[in-house]
Design a protein around this ligand. Structure first.
Ligand SMILES: NC(=O)c1ccc[n+]([C@@H]2O[C@H](COP(=O)([O-])OP(=O)(O)OC[C@H]3O[C@@H](n4cnc5c(N)ncnc54)[C@H](OP(=O)(O)O)[C@@H]3O)[C@@H](O)[C@H]2O)c1
Length: 284
């Protein structure tokens, strides 16, 4: 298959390219992978987007590009809606013209967290910040075209971008006590595992929405403690604080874990538990 990956220099995009382009003996795929970064074209440029996609006519376009700085989206809503919403409209339009299948990456932050249990694909989104609202717009544009798939993920970390795991390890070098919120719950997800899951789904005629995360749910506080434990930094303590104590520009869902039943029913197995994936990220 010819697969174009947008946002290929980002944290998830780089792993998607690596996994799909894996040509080692025994690797499951022999795809032609066409990575695209901001240096190739800006996804908010409709002409450049259309020119490239319609010239290449990929079988699949995976859009990992996004404006992902959740707090910055509050002060730059125009940019958030342009990159996470309108750009997806152009990408979807170009895909439709040449019958390319669009896989759009989205987020747990389309939900408000009020359910208090893992969200299923059919649950009604109700984003509580600009980032979530702009990503929901992107989902809507992607789902308007036939054959498209929206993959919602959560709490990503990986080798190719700044993330919570690296931040905790960095802070642990400077401080003996870290403060982390214990009243927001979700599922930490390793981009390498998510990329593997995406590679499995690429060849399936799946449409609509699917939730994919590593298994299990924790708070940011529990996540931080596990990071320090695995990294052998248990001399650094973690103090639990409440979200109301820290003043961040964007509201955060208190419970944004995603129910992976659809993914499990299609592939036969869940992604591994988040502590296992974290251990691989930290110690290999
Ligand atoms: N990070 C998370 O915790 C998380 C959780 C759930 C879902 N997601 C979703 O997962 C996907 C991947 O996220 P990620 O964490 O891998 O994000 P990321 O590391 O920020 O990567 C996004 C990439 O998109 C590029 N990009 C941004 N605006 C662009 C534009 N106008 N034109 C071309 N490229 C542009 C960025 O380039 P620059 O670096 O040059 O801006 C970057 O390389 C996104 O859809 C995100 O919404 C992320």
């Amino acid at each position: 298959m010819r697969i174009m990956v947008l946002g290929a220099a980002g944290m998830l995009g780089a792993d998607v390219v690596r996994v799909l382009a894996d040509v080692r003996p025994g690797a499951s795929t022999t795809h032609q992978v066409l990575p695209r970064t901001r240096n190739d074209w800006d996804i908010t440029d409709p002409m450049a987007c259309r020119a490239d996609i319609t010239a290449i006519k990929p079988d699949v376009v995976i859009n990992c590009a996004a404006f992902t700085k959740v707090d910055d989206c509050e002060s730059r809503p125009d940019k958030a809606f342009l990159v996470n919403g309108e750009a997806v409209k152009h990408i979807a339009g170009a895909c439709q013209t040449v019958n390319s299948r669009l896989i759009q990456i989205s987020t747990d932050y389309v939900f408000d967290g009020a359910k208090g249990a893992p969200y299923r694909e059919e649950d009604t989104p109700n984003p509580i910040n600009v980032y979530g609202r702009s990503k929901l717009k992107g989902e809507e544009y992607a789902l308007k075209i036939e054959g498209s798939l929206v993959i919602r993920a959560s709490w990503l970390y990986g080798r190719n971008g700044p993330n919570f795991v690296d931040t905790i390890l960095h802070l642990a070098k400077e401080k003996k006590t870290l403060t982390v919120v214990d009243d927001q719950f979700g599922s930490p997800t390793y981009t390498s595992d998510l990329a593997g899951a995406i590679a499995k789904l690429v060849q399936k005629e799946l449409t609509g929405i699917i939730h994919i995360t590593n298994s299990g749910v924790c708070s940011w506080y529990e996540f931080a403690r596990e990071i320090l434990k695995i990294a052998g930094k248990e001399d650094v303590s973690v103090a639990a604080i409440k979200t109301t104590v820290i003043n961040r520009p964007a509201n955060r869902s208190q419970f944004s874990a995603l129910d992976n039943s659809r993914y499990i029913s299609i592939t036969g197995q869940p992604l591994r538990p988040w502590p296992e994936a974290l251990a691989e990220y930290l110690v290999g």
